[in-house]
Design a protein. Structure first.
Length: 550
């Protein structure tokens, strides 16, 4: 079910009224980190609107802060957009492509006496700016002549001054109730190497200045931002109105994605990476697109998630279980079934001869015949999961216990006759009898109905694998809300990763590949780990479980 999308309604009206002949949107990430699920929503929104109305969406890197930007991030962002199924075609741009034009517009603002070079230091700039209850004060440099400002700005560009010695500011209104209109910065000096322009520039436009002008150059019709940019819109409009731009884009804001059990701040995610609290940007517990991709999410699930949560103006906290439900719905349709015993107990079938190996057949998927069949082998020794046996079970425990019977999925009914333990009292082996007449779901000879069904694998015809079970990265629903003053990292879930080094999988998994997804029956959905899994050592990541999603 698709939730309301107010932006889609705006675009429809603009096209109906002939305001625009063609919709042009853009996705404008800063290349200073890896994208996360919130960005995935924005990608689906911007590219989706363009696709829905036969328009185009640009991928533009707002690379105006060379101190934090890197080619690594540029490449990862492009991979993420393509993984989600979108293509910018020839429309790949960088704000740095427009540095010369933006500089010329800044010069033009100085000539119109709408911008000036200010020499206050950082602390003085804050002091003069005021706050939400106190109006700002004019800079003592606000009334420099146009000639003086042009000379200083040219010398800033030529590298004559140190970082922080001067900035270029718009001349608007220091008493404006909107802090963003109190003579905002347009340019600052940064003598650092830029990933794309090298050392060509030592002054860089501020994001809020470069962004609307880049939109105008690309003739964007609908410039879609998250809600925190709502107060920046008057300055966006001021830039468009006061520079000789070739188009008049309009900014619209929507509520950013906030989710339970996650943090969505690139700065905080970077902290987790740099402090080695996770295994990198693509750790499957991370909310990054590279992380969820490695965990086994499919792009179709992200598209469905974006539709279900919709696009709204009001901030809200989305339950992580909504995303997990989308993932399950998607994986249920595509996942090949298999049996995997994560915590094995050996079972010896006493009434089978040594070396017995009976071939059984099971469907690869209960509804998709085209996925074919898989072979299972029923042997004298098998493994079941330790959770499927209890010596002293409760009345509602319908799995295996001493003297009781249970059905092996796709095989036979077995009865437990004897329990063997080690010196510590731990169960090490179960001696059982199988009922030959119960093959493939057939009833017992006396017509008894067996309630319990458990999964199993042959002990001699199985493969070993490492299985990684992932819980939620944080132990509380709102990890950033720490009223006691704790750092958000104090809310990390210390049990978010469980590694099972010697799981037992049915033999069909020897041909497992990275493209497919698998449902380990009665356990969850899994995929091969894209980094660590090798033919000689298979490593599976749990994408989501069958019940709770944890």
């Amino acid at each position: 079910m698709e939730a309301p999308n107010f932006l889609k309604q705006i675009v429809e009206k603009d096209l109906e009224s002939k305001k625009y002949a063609k919709v042009i949107t853009r996705f404008p990430p800063e290349p200073n980190g890896y994208l996360h699920i919130g960005h995935a929503k924005s990608i689906c929104l911007n590219f989706g609107l363009a696709n829905d109305f036969g328009g185009q969406c640009h991928l533009r890197f707002d690379d105006t802060n060379p101190e934090t930007e890197d080619v690594e991030y540029v490449e990862s962002i492009q991979a993420d957009v393509k993984w989600l199924g979108f293509d910018w075609n020839k429309n790949l741009f960088y704000a740095s492509d427009y540095f010369q034009q933006i500089y010329e517009w800044a010069v033009d603002l100085i000539k119109k006496d709408k911008a000036y070079v200010c020499s206050l230091d950082e602390s003085e700039l804050r002091e003069y700016r005021g706050n939400f209850t106190t109006p700002g004060k004019d800079s003592p440099h606000r009334n420099r002549t146009v000639t003086e400002n042009l000379d200083l700005f040219e010398r800033m560009k030529n590298g004559e001054f140190a970082e922080g010695e001067h900035v270029l500011r718009a001349k608007i209104d220091m008493k404006s109730p909107n802090m963003n209109m109190r003579d905002p910065l347009l340019y600052r000096i940064r003598k650092v190497h830029h990933h794309k322009t090298g050392n060509q520039w030592c002054i860089y436009p501020m994001y809020d200045f470069a962004h609307p002008l880049s939109d105008a150059i690309e003739k964007i019709t609908h410039s879609i931002c998250t809600l925190e940019f709502q107060d920046h819109r008057p300055f966006y409009d001021w830039c468009i109105e006061n520079c000789s731009v070739p188009a008049q884009p309009k900014q619209y804001e929507f509520a950013r994605l906030n989710m339970t059990f996650l943090v969505m701040s690139k700065r905080k995610l970077l902290q987790l990476v740099k402090e080695n609290l996770v295994m990198g940007w693509d750790d499957p517990r991370m909310p990054t697109i590279s992380g969820i991709r490695r965990r086994g999410y499919m792009p179709e699930a992200m598209h469905e998630f974006a539709k279900r949560i919709g696009v709204a103006k009001a901030e809200s906290l989305i339950d992580f279980e909504i995303l997990e439900a989308c993932v399950r719905d998607d994986l249920d349709q595509r996942s090949i079934r298999a049996m995997a015993v994560l915590r094995p107990i050996k079972v010896v079938i006493s009434n089978l001869p040594e070396g017995h190996k009976e071939e059984l057949e099971a469907s690869a998927h209960p509804k998709k015949v085209e996925l074919g069949k898989r072979k299972l082998f029923f042997t004298k020794e098998i493994f079941i999961d330790e959770s499927d046996f209890k010596e002293n079970p409760e009345s509602d425990f319908f799995r295996l216990s001493l003297g009781k019977e249970v059905r092996l999925r796709n095989a036979y009914v077995i009865r437990c006759d004897e329990v063997k333990k080690d010196s510590t009292g731990k169960v090490t082996e179960l001696i059982c009898t199988y009922l030959p007449e119960t093959k493939a779901g057939k009833p017992t000879a006396d017509g008894r109905k067996i309630k319990g069904i458990i999964h199993w694998v042959s002990a001699t015809e199985c493969i070993n694998a490492e299985v990684r079970l992932y819980g939620r990265l944080f132990s509380v629903a709102d990890p950033e809300n720490t009223p006691d003053g704790k750092d958000f990292k104090q809310n990390l879930n210390q049990n978010s990763l469980t590694v099972i080094s010697n799981a037992k999988l049915e033999p069909s998994m020897t041909v497992a590949n990275h493209e497919n997804r698998y449902q380990f029956e009665r356990v969850g959905y899994f995929c091969l780990d894209s980094k660590d899994s090798k033919p000689e050592k298979l490593v599976f990541n749990m994408t989501v479980d069958l019940a709770t999603g944890h």
